[in-house]
Design a protein around this ligand. Structure first.
Ligand code: CA
Length: 236
């Protein structure tokens, strides 16, 4: 992975914005592929194999949401950062629920985009460097093999979900503040709000818990954050 350039696919129908993003990302050494539509993005996905996709939600034809859903299905190991318009909070939540890892609101500073991408790629190399198997109740995270098992059955996690669960497993029983988790998983000085985290927790619970609305593993610490139960009460 270190001997090749990281690849970023930029999906945006507005040419000036697409070029602007490409210019900025190329300048810091990424290999950039441009897609001017959702259709193009989906065909490029297999040939280009991006590490990160920068995805504008407002696209003619196939919507950004549908592209996000397809990317998660076709290439779960890739990261997705959405670009949204100001005031589109419901779009942000929907995009995160469909599997996006992060978002930026337009207009954004290109340095902020680069910082987010770097944090994502760091997240991946962080857990590749590990050599441990982490366990909690019926959950097992094989950090080296990059695999997650629930009751011995392999379950797919996105790279962000994996990093999040790894963090919880390394801090079992400890109440973690939202900002603490955001800084550790999404990068130092994360500028986004806690929506990103809360939606990721919801998705992670759907994968871990027997009953996501009455979680045995990831407990909410009211007004502050979350805690992974060290010895789950009813992990049947
Ligand atoms: Ca657009």
């Amino acid at each position: 992975m270190d001997d090749t350039k990281n690849k970023i696919m930029v999906v945006e129908d507005e040419e000036s914005i697409r070029r602007f993003i490409n210019l900025n990302l190329s300048a810091v050494g990424y290999e950039v592929g441009e897609a001017e539509s959702g259709e193009k993005a989906l065909t490029m996905l297999r040939s280009f194999r991006p590490d990160v996709t920068v995805l504008d939600l407002m696209l003619p034809g196939i919507s950004g949401f549908e592209v996000c859903r397809q990317i998660r299905k076709m290439m779960p190991e890739t990261f997705v950062i959405m670009l949204t318009a100001k005031g589109q909070d419901t779009d942000i939540i929907l995009g995160l629920e469909l599997g996006a890892d992060d978002y930026l609101i337009k207009p954004f500073n290109p340095f902020e985009l680069i910082a987010r991408i770097k944090a994502m790629l760091r997240r991946r190399t962080q857990f590749k460097a590990g050599k441990k198997v982490l366990r909690c109740g019926h959950l097992c995270l094989d950090v080296m093999a990059n695999k997650f098992f629930k009751k011995g059955v392999e379950t797919e996690l996105t790279p962000t979900e994996f990093a999040l669960l790894k963090m919880f497993m390394e801090n079992q029983g400890k109440a973690l503040k939202r900002n603490e988790i955001l800084n550790a998983v999404w990068g130092e000085n994360y500028f986004g709000d806690t929506k990103t985290l809360d939606v990721h927790i919801r998705r992670l619970r759907e994968k871990l818990e027997n009953n996501p609305s009455e979680p045995d593993y990831i407990k909410t610490v009211w007004g502050s954050g979350y805690r992974l139960q060290a010895e789950p009460d009813r992990s049947t």
